[in-house]
Design a protein around this ligand. Sequence first.
Ligand code: BTN
Length: 271
Amino acid sequence: MSQSPYTDLERPPLSQRALRRALVVPNGLWTDVRVVAETGSTNSDLAKAARDGAPEGLVLVAERQTTGRGRLGRLWTSPPRAGLTLSVLLRPVGVDITRFGWLPLLAGVALTEAVRRIAEVDAVLKWPNDLLVDERKCAGILAEAIPPPAGPAVVIGVGLNTTLREHELPRPDATSLALAGAVCADRAPILHAFLRSLAAWYERWRDAGGDPDASGLREAYAFHCATLGREVLVHLPDGSQVRGRADGVDIDGRIVVESQAFAAADVVHLR
Ligand code: BTN
C-alpha cells in the first residue's frame, strides 16, 4: 500500500509550518517545533539532542515511530498519523532535581486538560500518567532524565491514540479518541492545546521552585486522577504486589497506598 500522506483522509499530515507559527512565539517556552515523517523514538532523538546541547523548548513530533518506547521497558506502537507521538525537552532552571518527578504528572494534567477541552471526552488519569477514557488506555507518557553535564534536563514523550480503529489497537484494554466518541480527534488542535497547557503549567511550577502545592499542581493532579480514593493493586518492579486504597500522592508525586509510597510501579484499578 502507498505511504502517501493523503491515502487516509481521516489522518491528514501535520504542518510543521502551522505548528511553528502558532507555538514558537516571543518569550514563549517552545523554541522550535519539528515534524518528521519517521523516526525510531522521539524520546531517544531528543535525549541525543539534549546531550548535544539543544536548548529547552525543543519539540519533536513524528508521523510514525518504528521503535517507540513505553514505561517499564514496554513498546509504544501506532499506525502512521493515527495518533500523536511527540517529545519535548525541558531544562528546569531553579528547580531541585528531587522535584523533577512531578514533570510526568504535570504533563498528564496538561494532556488531560487538552483532551477534555478539544475532544470533549471524559478523560482521567491513572497514576502516574496513563490517560484513560472509559477505563481504557488512550495515551501514555514517558519521562526520561538527562543527568549533568548535558543536563539536568528531562525529555517528556507523549503517545496519544487519536484515530486508531478497533483492529489497530495495541492491546484489548486500549482505546482511541475516535473510538471513544470524541467530538474532535484532529491532531493539530489537540497538539496546540496540549503544548499551550503544558507551557502554562510548567512555567507556574518552575516559577514556584517546583513546589507542587504552591503551584497548584498537586491539587490539579488530584482533581484529574481517578486512581485516588480507589481500591488498587500495585505491581512492584521486584514482582511483589500491594493491595489497598490509594490515599493520595505525596510531596514527590509518589502514590500512597496503605501508608507506603511508591515511585516506579504499575497500578491496576480494582472495583
Ligand atoms: C507508556 O504508557 O508506557 C508511555 C508511552 C510513551 C510513548 C511516547 S510516543 C512518543 C515518545 N517516544 C517514545 O519512544 N515514547 C514516547
